[in-house]
Design a protein around this ligand. Structure first.
Ligand code: GLP
Length: 247
């Protein structure tokens, strides 16, 4: 676990790692897709990453962007790019638009697909056809979810439509003007299985509101009631925490 005094030091160091990973991709013939997350934790990561990328030599940046392929973890069912709280909108705002990434580079489940179950199936098929995730960025839900894998989620759970818990709806209501009732009931998420298949995982946990779930995670054994605990089965996981997330 990497602990730093404050969020900004933590983010800068994490972005050092991400930058190295992205530089490595330039020399690989078919690098695996990058796994991306949304949420408040990730906004400073993306904004720092953008600042760094702007310093790259033009030819390197161009080659990185040409070969860009990322898969987001999740999306609300019923929300599309026109909806401010949608994750597609979030990704366009923080990464897609500034880097001019197209829909065939920055993949995210289609929340407004007519048949969400079929969309989950297609999304997984697409991810598998691209070789699965290389480096995965993850945030931590205050109830221990990763992506939208709510408790209980088994290690074999795969990309699917999930029902959001009242706890998560409350946690995410800030993006819906504080109105819990406006938070969609369902989401499409990559499963624990796809996350565990990533080559390397960075779990980022910041802020005092995450202190109790982080402590629970560090002290628990693996269980479907704490979906993030499945990460303990992975051999290449880095937990990044700021001091306020440590109880
Ligand atoms: C959300 C997302 C997760 C995110 C987590 C933490 O509901 N589905 O991918 O990592 O919850 O969010 P935040 O960073 O806003 O605390």
């Amino acid at each position: 676990m990497i602990v730093r005094a404050n969020q900004s030091d933590l983010v800068e160091e994490l972005v050092d790692e991400i930058e190295l990973e992205l530089q490595k991709r330039l020399f690989e013939t078919s690098p695996k897709p990058i796994g991306l997350a949304t949420g408040r934790t990730m906004t400073s990561v993306y904004s720092s990453l953008l600042t760094r990328l702007k310093r790259w030599p033009a030819h390197q940046l161009e080659s990185l962007l040409e070969g860009w392929c990322s898969f987001n973890l999740d999306e609300y069912v019923g929300l599309g790019v026109e909806d401010i709280p949608s994750f597609i909108r979030y990704m366009s705002c923080y990464l897609g638009d500034p880097l001019q990434l197209g829909p065939k580079q920055l993949f995210i489940p289609n929340g407004i697909a007519k048949d969400p179950n079929h969309e989950a199936f297609l999304y997984l098929q697409k991810l598998n056809s691209c070789g699965g995730i290389g480096m995965q960025l993850l945030g931590l839900g205050a109830n221990g979810h990763i992506g939208f894998n709510e408790p209980p989620s088994g290690s074999e759970s795969s990309c699917r439509v999930v029902c959001l818990s009242p706890f998560t709806k409350k946690q995410n209501a800030f993006a819906f003007g504080g109105e819990v009732d406006k938070v969609p009931d369902y989401a499409i998420t990559l499963g624990i299985q796809e996350i565990l298949q990533a080559e390397k995982i960075h779990l980022v946990v910041t802020g005092q509101t995450k202190a109790s779930i982080l402590s629970k995670l560090l002290n628990s054994s693996v269980s479907e009631d704490l979906p993030a605990s499945w990460l303990k089965l992975h051999s290449n996981v880095y937990i990044w925490a700021d001091q306020s997330a440590i109880e």
